[in-house]
Every structure is written in C-alpha cells, then in structure tokens.
Ligand binder design. Structure first.
Ligand code: PMT
Length: 216
C-alpha cells in the first residue's frame, strides 16, 4: 500500500478514551492516549482518504488533513460517529467505556460514609451499531483490548458484532497496548489471522490500512 491508494475513500476513525461523568469533578474512564487511532487517521489522510477522526479526551495534535470531532462520553462518541457516515470504512480504535454512572450529580458528591456504591448502566456500543446500520461501511474494523485469551475474545467480538476485521492487542504489558508508542496487533478476519509488529504505532497504522485497502 502507499501514496494515494486511498484517494476518494471516506474513512471514519475513533480514538482515545471516553469519560463518563459522575459529578462536575469526577469521571469513570478507560486508559487510552489516542496514539493508535491518531496514527491510523494520519496514515489514512497521507494516503489520500477523506478522514473524520472522532476523538475522546486526549492530548494530541490533530494530524494534517484530518477533520477532527472532539467528544467526551460514549454517548457523544456514538452520535459523532453515526453523523460522520456514510463512509467506506469505520475503524474503532477508541477505548469506549462500557458502563456509565446512571445519574450525573449536579454538584460535587461530598464524602461522608466509609464506602460509596456507584450504579453503572451500559453505554451504547458504537461499533456494533455501525456494523448493523443501513449505511454500513463496506469495511468495519474493531479493536479488542484483552489481558488474556486474546484470540478467543477477539473472534467472539468479530462474530457477534458482525465485523470484517478485528485488531487484537494485549494490554497490561510494557511495550504494547495503551499509552506506549509501540504495539503488536493480531488482525483476525473470518478465515485468517495476520500478525503485525511489534512496531511503532505509526507503522502498524499503515500495515492495518493495507489490509483494509484490499477490501475497499
Ligand atoms: O490509545 P492508545 O494509548 O494508543 O492505546 C491503543 C488501544 C489499546 C486503546 C487500542 O489499540 C485499542 O485496543 N482500542 C480498543 C480498546 C477497547 O476498548 O476495546 P474493547 O475490547 O473494550 O472494545 C471492542 C471494540 O468495540 C472496540 O473497537 C471499541 O471501540 C468498540 N466499542 C466498545 C464499547 C462500546 N460501548 N462501544 C464501542 O464502539
């Protein structure tokens, strides 16, 4: 894959964590720097695609030529991603919170008792919704961040969410997963598995886009 091979393609990428507010000063969130998703958005734009990057709260500059939409919560991420369709590909690199506090307190919650119980409710699953939508992109790519049984959990998500590809990475180890500049991915489709890396996220982004470009 290389220069200009994604010319004319529309690609939507999500990146970063989501923060689910508890009160005006606290949130429940995921660990994610946004580096993986930003690298994919940057590489896709370099290769000629028209890229919308839906970004959770991260401290990264907007890659050249990329249209960026900033969001905070899983619900906002869903709305921004669906609003960016139709597209040829959706790549869900965001670490979306699966649960959010049932209610957001108007004022800072005061400490009194020794324990505090939070009630959390499921957030919308953007990846599954994109894959089931009327304007389904031809290539829907998920990520799977796992600490164990990486292949089993990744293949489960591939099937249950009706994805074309899923890029699995191990998290909780140095040199891969969140925050690091490097990562290692195993990309599963229904009938194949490809090992990418370990390598810098910038290089993995191009290698993942090679697999996506074959399907567009
Ligand atoms: O951001 P970095 O620091 O560079 O780290 C990169 C990364 C580890 C965050 C990235 O490579 C990664 O694995 N992203 C997905 C993290 C994740 O939350 O995976 P998951 O297995 O919980 O979710 C599976 C898929 O469903 C993901 O594509 C996710 O975007 C999507 N999802 C999950 C929940 C939800 N409510 N909506 C979703 O769309």
């Amino acid at each position: 894959g290389g220069a200009g091979d994604l010319l004319g393609r529309r690609i939507v990428v999500s990146a970063g964590p989501t923060y689910e507010d508890l009160d005006p000063v606290r949130y429940v969130g995921n660990r994610s720097s946004g580096k993986m998703g930003f690298a994919i958005a940057a590489a896709a734009a370099r290769r000629g695609a028209e890229v919308t990057l839906v970004a959770g709260p991260v401290h990264l500059p907007t890659p050249a030529g990329v249209h960026r939409v900033d969001v905070r919560s899983a619900a906002q991420l869903r709305d921004a991603v669906l609003a960016a369709l139709p597209a040829d590909a959706y790549i869900g690199a965001a670490a979306v919170a699966d649960y959010a506090p049932r209610t957001v307190a108007d004022n800072k919650i005061k400490k009194s008792a020794d324990t505090l119980t939070l009630e959390l409710v499921r957030t919308p699953d953007t990846l599954a919704e994109v894959a089931a939508s009327k304007s389904r992109p031809r290539c829907v790519v998920g990520f799977a961040a796992e600490t164990e049984n990486v292949e089993g959990h990744a293949r489960d998500k591939l099937r249950k969410k009706n994805l074309d590809l899923i890029a699995a990475n191990r998290v909780g180890l140095a040199g891969s997963g969140f925050e690091s500049d490097d990562n290692a991915l195993t990309v599963y489709s229904a009938d194949a598995a490809r090992e990418l890396g370990p390598a810098p996220k910038t290089r993995l982004a191009d290698q993942l886009l090679d697999l996506i470009a074959e399907r567009l």
